[in-house]
Design a protein. Sequence first.
Length: 114
Amino acid sequence: MINALMKPFRQQGQKGYVLLLVLVTTMALFISLSGILSLSLVNLSSAKRSMFDAGALYAAETGVDNAIYQLNSTSGTYTGTTTCPVAGTSGAQSAFNDTVKGKGTYQTALPAAL
């Protein structure tokens, strides 16, 4: 009975070549797709790093702009600060805070004129 069922497969004469072809094709697809996935992950981490670098630059520029504003708003009567607020967290001002960019704060300390 089993021989009668297997007879059509034996007559085709393929002897597992299709299985080997499917296996080789599957391996080639797996290797190429894992390379593409690896490249995508590297690009994602690079994009995140660039975004955080830009956020740090924007926060620093905001702090500089705030310091210049403080100097200009006093019309030359500013005498400087005695302590730098960077030592504590009470002087931190928020430049941005959201789920995409994260949180960016800055602190400014303007010393007395040299």
